[in-house]
Ligand binder design. Structure first.
Ligand SMILES: [Zn+2]
Length: 71
């Protein structure tokens, strides 16, 4: 872990941990999704990562249905 990132260009930079994946994120204007490390993590936290959720939920449902059918 690179904790020495705290000082960049002579300035102390706050390092936060991404609430979703706990990766270190520099609190800088260019960190557009702070405190998240990426747009993906932001969407996950906001519950808007619906595409992936739908896929996962759908496949789980399919597995459940086929198990029930076998019984
Ligand atoms: Zn993240």
């Amino acid at each position: 872990m690179a904790k020495d990132l705290c000082v960049i260009k002579g300035k102390c930079v706050t390092i936060v941990n991404c609430p979703t994946c706990e990766k270190e994120v520099k609190w800088l204007p260019e960190s557009l999704y702070r405190p998240f490390c990426s747009k993906r993590c932001q969407l996950i936290d906001l519950g808007e990562w619906t595409d992936e959720k739908k896929v996962i939920a759908g496949s789980e449902d399919d597995l459940m249905s086929s198990e029930w059918e076998q019984i």
